[in-house]
Design a protein around this ligand. Structure first.
Ligand code: SF4
Length: 376
């Protein structure tokens, strides 16, 4: 069970909150980038130890900027170098303004069967504030058009905790998602201020006042409350799906299965080690051209690293953390047991046949709880 992630490091413009790796001036070297990505796929074909590939995920950046032959050459290279499952999930992250008839035809023709649409907000002033390249009308039109061209597995991304997003706005955005049968999956993220973003700069210069944590928590709790009354299920803290439409790619990642990440800044994991590519487009291309493997760094994970990582990732999901599997990685120390019983007493964690999961209250402080259970 393994997946491949392809990072397409291009965007039309910079959203103010974004700290992903991408460039907005790429047309002069986009052919070289696609070639470098294909070379990396070939160079690292042994990384997953011949495991069958069940999912391919194009993220970024903005993979919906890929041209037909670019998408085809990356997928052909994967098919020629890996054992690929017939019923493969292929996800493409897309911006609403790229969802046009001609692109939808190209994506279907190349085997893409899941779209992840970066809607982010259904309020134009929020989109302007974020410096998104699309308009609210694009979002509404894009979902209908995607369905018309055969896409029945559609995720939308939403952001809450925005400065001008009232509870009323948020409820109306959620109602739109829940009541729209064409949308099968929702990823909802709280706005966070990351270093090296325009947002961070504006916050430091006091040009922006962010809502306080209570407002953000209330919006998260409203999200959970509305999801519980709908036919979506929360299967990861920020991810919700209708039955059978969970993201296979991300679920494999959360369950600790292996994946290969290709392209600048992409991360990989094969059970024993974690590796990451450098985040510079031109240097990445140069090193690949020179046959210099220095574009990638690897760190071997100790059993203790794996233990802590299982807690961090597993607790965020409905699959939870299996105590028996944890104990194979490291002894469940007295400190761990003490912290666990404290979190159970506070009703932040539940245990059912040896599997730990977070309660609704626990989900509000997932990272805090996970770090309380880490063993150092
Ligand atoms: S389109 Fe996506 S990757 Fe590009 S800047 Fe905006 S949020 Fe970041």
């Amino acid at each position: 069970m393994a997946g491949i992630y392809i990072h397409i490091p291009f965007c039309k413009q910079r959203c103010i909150y974004c700290d992903f790796h991408f460039s907005t001036s790429f047309n002069s070297y986009r052919a070289e980038m696609i070639e470098a990505i294909c070379v990396e796929i070939i160079e690292r074909k042994k990384y997953l130890d011949n495991q069958e590939i069940k999912t391919i995920y194009f993220g970024g950046g903005t993979p919906s900027l890929l041209l037909d032959y670019e998408l085809k050459s990356i997928l052909d290279t994967i098919h020629s170098n890996f054992v690929v499952k017939k019923s493969l999930e292929i996800t493409l992250e897309v911006n609403p303004d790229d969802i046009k008839q001609e692109n939808l035809i190209i994506w279907r023709k190349n085997g893409v069967n899941r779209l992840s649409i970066g809607i982010q907000s259904l309020k134009q002033s929020d989109l302007d504030w974020m410096n998104r390249s699309h308009k609210v009308e694009d979002s509404f039109a894009s979902i209908l058009l995607a369905q018309k061209y055969g896409f029945d597995n559609i995720n939308v991304d939403l952001i809450y905790g925005l400065p001008n997003l009232s509870m009323e706005d948020w409820v109306s955005h959620l109602n739109f998602i829940i009541q729209n049968d064409l949308i099968t999956h929702l990823s909802a993220y709280c706005l966070t201020v990351e270093n090296n973003t325009i947002l961070n700069d504006r916050v430091i210069k006091r040009k922006i006042n962010l809502p306080n944590e209570d407002v953000q928590s209330d919006q998260f709790l409203k999200l959970i409350e509305m999801i519980e009354k709908s036919d979506f299920e929360q299967y990861e803290i920020s991810n919700f799906s209708r039955s059978g439409f969970e993201s296979k790619h991300n679920s494999n990642y959360w369950k600790g299965f292996s994946y290969l990440g290709v392209g600048p800044s992409a991360h990989s994991f094969n059970g024993e080690s974690r590796s990451w590519n450098l985040s510079n487009n031109k240097i990445y291309i140069k090193k690949i051209k020179e046959n210099n493997l220095g574009y990638n760094e690897t760190e071997k994970l100790s059993k203790l690293d794996q233990f802590n990582e299982r807690i961090l990732i597993g607790l965020r999901t409905i699959y939870g953390v299996n105590l028996n599997e944890l104990s194979k990685l490291n002894k469940l120390t007295k400190e761990f047991q003490l912290a666990l019983s404290e979190f159970k007493d506070k009703k932040w964690i539940e245990e059912d046949v040896g599997v730990l999961t977070l309660t609704k209250e626990g989900k509000l402080r997932a990272d805090y709880i996970a770090s309380g259970l880490f063993i150092s």
